[in-house]
Design a protein around this ligand. Structure first.
Ligand code: MCF
Ligand code: ZN
Length: 345
C-alpha cells in the first residue's frame, strides 16, 4: 500500500525522476572497504587462498544477521585487502561506481588499523597508493575524493590514539578530517577525547558516528565531548526537539544514510525514517550510502527512495547537496570548483 500524497506534492513523472537521478551529487559518508564490491573481495580471497565463503550469500552478496555481525563480516572482508596496491585498485573500483551514480565529490573513511596496523610509516605507503589512484580518477572520471582518518570505537581508545597520530602526521589537502565509526554500544564518546583533541590540534575537521543505535544523548555527547561539527547518522536526534534546536543553531550537519539505517534495522521502513522530519526541524541534513554493497544501495537508489517515499523533489536534493558541500572538509578552492559542477544542471 502506498502512502497518500500530501496535497502540495505533484506526482512523480518519469522525466522528473530521471532529472533527480542524474543530479550531480556530494557524498560525505562512505567507508572505504565498505564500498568494496563483493566480487572484488572474493577475487582477492581466491588469489590469497583465504576461505571467506561464510560471509557471502548464495547470490554473491554479503551475508550478516545484525549490526554486530555486520561489523565482523566487514572486518573479515577487509582482511584480504593486504597491500597498498590492493587499496589502490579498490580506490579505482569504488570511484567508478560513485562516478556512475553522478557523485562529483566524495569523502571516505580510511582506517590506519586496516592500512598498516596503526604504524605511521606503513600508513603513509597505503595512503600514497590510494591518493595516486584517486588523482588518476579525478582526471579520468571527474570525481574528487578526500579522506577522513577514522578510528574504530570497539577497538578502544589506545588504538584510536595511534589512528589520530597517523591522521595528524598526514593531515593536509587530502586527509582533511578525523572521525570514528564502529560499535556505538561500546564505551562513551568522551573515552576518545584525547584522539579527537590530537586531530583538532593538527587542524583536522571532526565527525563521529552517533545516534544510530543509541539515542539522542549520544549525539549530544558527540557535540559536547568531542566537539565534532558533523555527526555520522545522528538520526535519533529527532527524538529530542531541544537537541534538534541545538544542532540547527550550531550548524552541526548530519551525514544521513537512509538505506543503511533501514537495512540494519534502525528503522522498519524508509517511510518510517526521520530524514524529512529532521530537515523540517531545521537540522542540516545530507544524504550518503555508508557501505553501498552491504546495504544493496547506491546514491541513485537513495535518491529514488526519497523521491518516491518522502516526496523529495529536485530542489530538495539540490538543497541537500548545497548543505553537504558547505559541510565538506575540503579546502575552499576545491569547494568553489565543486560548486561550479553543482550549478551545471
Ligand atoms: O555506518 C556503518 C554502521 N555504523 C557504524 N560503523 C560502521 C558502518 N560501516 C562501517 N563502520 C565501521 C566499522 O567498524 O567503520 C569501520 C568498520 O570497521 C571502517 S572505517 C574505514
Ligand atoms: Zn558509517
Amino acid at each position: 500500500m502506498s502512502l497518500p500524497l500530501p496535497d502540495h506534492v505533484a506526482p512523480l513523472d518519469e522525466e522528473t525522476l530521471h532529472g533527480i537521478l542524474h543530479l550531480p551529487k556530494v557524498e560525505l559518508h562512505t567507508h572505504f572497504e565498505g564500498m568494496a564490491p563483493p566480487g572484488f573481495i572474493r577475487g582477492l580471497a581466491k588469489a590469497r587462498n583465504v576461505d571467506l565463503s561464510g560471509i557471502f550469500r548464495p547470490d554473491g552478496s554479503y551475508a550478516y544477521r545484525d549490526f554486530v555481525h555486520f561489523l565482523s563480516v566487514y572486518e573479515a572482508a577487509t582482511s584480504v585487502l593486504r597491500t597498498p596496491e590492493d587499496f589502490g585498485r579498490l580506490c579505482v573500483a569504488v570511484l567508478e561506481e560513485s562516478a556512475a551514480n553522478g557523485v562529483v565529490y566524495s569523502e571516505t573513511f580510511l582506517s590506519p588499523d586496516f592500512c598498516g596496523g596503526g604504524d605511521v610509516g606503513a600508513w603513509r605507503e597505503y595512503l600514497h597508493a590510494i591518493r595516486e589512484a584517486a588523482d588518476a580518477a579525478e582526471r579520468d572520471m571527474g570525481i574528487t575524493l578526500r579522506g577522513i582518518v577514522t578510528c574504530i570505537r570497539h577497538f578502544g581508545p589506545e588504538k584510536a590514539k595511534a589512528a589520530a597520530l597517523c591522521a595528524a602526521e598526514t593531515a593536509g589537502d587530502w586527509i582533511v578530517g578525523f572521525g570514528m565509526g564502529g560499535d556505538e554500544n561500546q564505551g562513551r564518546q568522551r573515552d576518545f577525547a584525547y584522539a579527537f583533541d590530537m586531530a583538532r590540534e593538527a587542524c583536522l575537521r571532526l565527525t563521529t558516528h552517533a545516534g544510530e543505535w543509541r539515542g539522542p544523548s549520544e549525539v549530544r555527547d558527540a557535540v559536547e565531548d568531542l566537539r565534532v561539527e558533523r555527526v555520522g547518522h545522528g538520526v535519533r536526534a529527532v527524538e529530542d526537539p531541544a537537541l534538534c534546536d541545538m544542532l540547527a543553531e550550531r550548524g552541526v550537519t548530519l551525514e544521513v544514510c537512509p538505506g543503511s539505517n533501514v537495512f540494519l534495522g534502525v528503522y522498519d521502513s524508509l517511510a518510517a525514517h526521520p530524514v524529512t522530519a529532521l530537515r523540517q526541524r531545521g537540522v542540516a541534513v545530507t544524504i550518503s550510502t555508508d557501505d553501498p554493497p552491504f546495504f544493496h544501495t547506491t546514491m541513485q537508489k537513495e535518491y529514488k527512495g526519497l523521491a518516491q517515499v518522502h516526496h523529495w523533489r529536485a530542489e530538495d536534493f539540490r538543497a541537500a547537496n548545497a548543505v553537504a558541500l558547505e559541510a565538506a572538509f575540503c579546502d575552499d578552492a576545491t569547494r568553489t570548483a565543486i560548486a561550479k559542477r553543482l550549478e551545471q544542471t
